[in-house]
Design a protein around this ligand. Structure first.
Ligand code: DGJ
Length: 733
């Protein structure tokens, strides 16, 4: 049993971890422990100091040492409730203007299997893999129920969290915050790692000590954003890739989010995570419920690497879905950086023909194939082929490409519209804008109101028609701006603040229908590169275009940050031309391929412009990736360096049975008169012996774990290395 209850104490066990909480004598649910497995009830760690200016709940009578302001309350209420002045998990307001929630334990239930969340993406698991605990808390005065959901995936060391709030009273309740998780950490010296960035430089890992007060990573941009990511790590000081304790949380949500960590007056840390309350409010009528998105939790006593591998496994095996979830992805050629908007069918055919000769599997036609779309200022929303560019239409082009032995994929941006488009002219009321105010444009486009069912219905038919009418086997689903001017013509005034979340719900419902109806299509998410790279999107799309920055050097930093939570198979990454279009940097074709291989691989350049030697190199890279893809996507991933600090980026994939490993990396700046660098491996069998394919040398696993591999001498900046290691049997040694 993963979940058990004894004397009011809840034990949630996984293979290596334990989560504990208890109902105290006042009916308050108190967090006790999240960490390595112990065999004890951890309430001996609780302390009850009499802290000045920390209030005492009424039931505590004269006991001044009982304060919710000092205790690790499992799901604390805000808005002036009950004297817990730290970051809350939930806040509500009633018709009389008050906003107190006194949440007390009411009941619990345990079920086999993993709960699902209506309308929202969530981890799925069968009855043999997971158990669910549901704890009901009640605010008796307002009859508001808070249901805490815990999904325990025993073997995977994963605990999922979600919450739903039910109004059992007879007056409306306005939810101002309904976070997915709260986690109290009364002891420890913590650092937090979050992932900041910008367009074309997403998910830069930043680790700093907690300071007293509140630290926050959040987005109020409508999507999860390039600027912050809905994932966070808490590391005990000294925690490394391979040792020490850390906790990770990833929100399964693609809209505005908030992660807050407060270090309080007693040096206790509290983490809360959920929908960003700055762009959220939800009115619950009598009998109605609100479901918060899911958060995935994991902790590791063996450093950050193990934590990441747990996240990779659960996201890949229990969140991603569809035909391509675990199967090999086609190597693609995308025309965006090769042509931008300037193409016709001849140009596309030439790129495709060259690609097919080099062994590439699929041609992806990017932006510009539809409507009046010669630049990003017009045509968006008009999903009819532009026959001035593609004479003969889509079908003829697809037939030709299929005739070359390649699949065909297409770019779409269904959520946005150009003002210069037939769609906007026909339905100006479908865009997000406040009446009597001018909307903000971004990339010269507006956003369709996906909280409006009429718009969802239209998009389902418009996109469905393209996918039904043509032989399309891949879709790149793009979204190229942040959302502001929140207002929906379809919602009454008192519901307007629900709109950001309703937008996400509308998007999810559309994606659920389309991905369900077209299971043979590989969908790749995109949001100006990696602006919506989150666990929510990975429920619908098994891969996401990681960044619009295709420069190999920068990509090592972006992919490093991305790797803390998201599986390598989820990372769309391409080899592009040099000088790189985003940075002007020149790197070798070898380096560009080594970096792009740490993901779902492709090319994004005009292959016809390569020399014959380069074409031969591409053809070898394509064959190499085809050989390695199983190991890269299903193997265990190890970060061997921190490219934000070290002079190199290095990573490895090791097969589950430790029989093979692929070690790759980039050495950044060349220097004169140095010893060659070396890299210590991780994850291989210390008792085994390994032959390196590139030079035939044999090493013991232990030597490689301790001494490491000697890296090739650098001849210029950003040179790369690739070693493929195969375990040899004892008679071969
Ligand atoms: C942003 C994407 O990230 C690019 O790859 C490309 O598809 C453009 N949009 C097209 O407008």
């Amino acid at each position: 049993m993963a979940i058990s209850v004894e004397n009011g104490v809840f034990h949630l066990e996984t293979a290596n971890t334990l989560y504990q909480m208890k109902v105290d004598p006042f009916g308050v649910l108190i967090h006790l422990w999240y960490g390595p497995k112990t065999d004890y009830t951890m309430d001996y760690l609780l302390d009850y100091p009499d802290v000045g200016f920390s209030g005492n709940i009424h039931e505590a009578g004269g006991r001044r040492s009982y304060s919710l302001d000092t205790l690790p309350v499992e799901y604390p209420a805000g808005g002036g409730s009950e004297g817990d002045f730290r970051v809350p998990a939930v806040s509500a307001a009633y018709t009389d203007g008050s906003g107190v929630l006194s949440l007390r334990f009411r009941e619990y239930s345990i079920q086999k299997g993993k709960y699902a969340i209506p309308g929202l993406p969530a981890v799925y698991a069968g009855e043999e893999e997971a158990e669910t605990l549901e704890i009901t808390l009640l605010d008796a005065a307002s009859k508001t129920e808070v249901h805490l959901l815990y999904g325990v995936l025993f073997q995977k060391d994963i605990i999922t969290r979600s919450v739903f709030v039910k109004n059992c009273g007879d007056a409306p309740v306005v939810l101002q915050r309904a976070h997915s998780l709260c986690l109290n950490l009364p002891y420890g010296d913590w650092e937090w790692m979050h992932f900041y960035g910008r367009h074309a430089m997403e998910r830069q890992a930043e680790r700093t000590a907690l300071v007293h007060g509140i630290q926050e990573s959040s987005s109020s941009r409508g999507g999860s954003s390039h600027q912050q990511n809905p994932s966070v790590l808490l590391c005990e000081k000294g925690c490394t890739e391979t040792s020490g304790f850390c906790i990770g949380a990833a929100l399964v949500y693609s809209g505005g989010f908030q992660t807050q960590i407060e270090l309080d007056q007693l040096d206790q840390a509290r983490l809360v995570m959920g929908i960003n309350p700055h762009t959220f409010c939800w009115t619950l009528g009598p009998g109605e419920s609100f479901h918060a998105p899911e958060a995935i939790l994991c902790c590791s006593n063996q450093g950050m690497g193990e934590l990441s591998r747990c996240f990779h496994r659960v996201i890949r095996e229990n969140l991603c879905r569809g035909r391509y979830q675990l199967s090999k992805r086609p190597i693609l050629i995308n025309n965006w950086e090769a042509t931008y908007f300037d193409f016709d069918e001849k140009k596309i055919e030439r790129i495709a023909r060259q690609a097919s000769q080099l062994g590439i599997d699929m041609m992806v036609l990017d932006d510009g194939w539809f409507g009046k779309r010669d630049s990003d200022t017009s045509g968006l929303g008009d999903w009819v082929v532009n026959e001035n560019k593609l004479r003969g239409g889509l079908d003829r082009l697809i037939e030709k490409i299929n005739g070359m032995g390649m699949k065909f994929g297409i770019w779409l941006e269904p959520e946005c519209v150009s003002e210069d488009s037939d769609l906007y002219r026909a339905h100006p009321e479908w865009v997000i804008r406040v009446p009597n105010r001018n909307p903000v444009r971004s990339r010269s486009q507006l956003v369709l109101d996906l909280s409006n069912q009429e718009v969802i219905q239209y998009l389902y038919h418009a996109v469905g028609k393209i996918l039904r009418d043509h032989h399309i086997e891949y879709v790149k689903w793009d979204m190229n701006r942040s959302i502001c001017d929140w207002y929906s013509a379809a919602l009454p005034a008192e519901r307007q603040r629900e709109m950001p979340h309703r937008y996400v719900l509308g998007l999810y419902s559309l994606l659920e229908r389309l991905t369900g109806e077209f299971p043979h299509i590989l969908f790749e998410g995109c949001c100006g590169g990696g602006g919506r790279f989150d666990a929510g999107m990975l429920y619908y799309f098994p891969q996401i275009w990681c960044s619009d920055n295709t420069d190999a050097h920068d990509r090592t930093l972006i992919q490093y940050g991305t790797s803390f939570f998201y599986p390598i198979s989820a990372v769309g990454s391409h080899v592009s031309a040099v000088p790189n279009h985003q940075t002007g940097r020149v790197t070798s074709l070898k380096t560009r391929a080594a970096v792009a291989m740490a993901g779902s691989f492709g090319y994004e350049l005009d292959l016809n412009k390569l020399t014959e030697e380069e074409k031969e190199e591409v053809s070898q890279q394509v064959q190499a990736y085809k050989g390695y893809q199983g190991l890269i996507h299903s193997g265990r991933y190890y970060r061997l360096s921190n490219p934000r600090k070290d002079p190199m980026a290095a990573w490895a994939f090791v097969s589950e049975n430790q029989r093979e490993a692929l070690v790759q990396g980039v050495l950044f700046q060349a220097a004169a008169n140095t010893l060659p660098r070396r890299i210590r491996l991780q994850g291989i069998d210390p008792e085994g012996s390994y032959r390196v394919k590139q030079d035939g040398r044999v090493y013991t696993g232990r030597a490689l774990l301790c001494g490491g591999l000697i890296l090739p001498r650098q001849e210029g900046d950003d040179t790369s290395f690739t070693f493929y290691l195969e375990q040899i049997s004892s008679c071969e040694k």
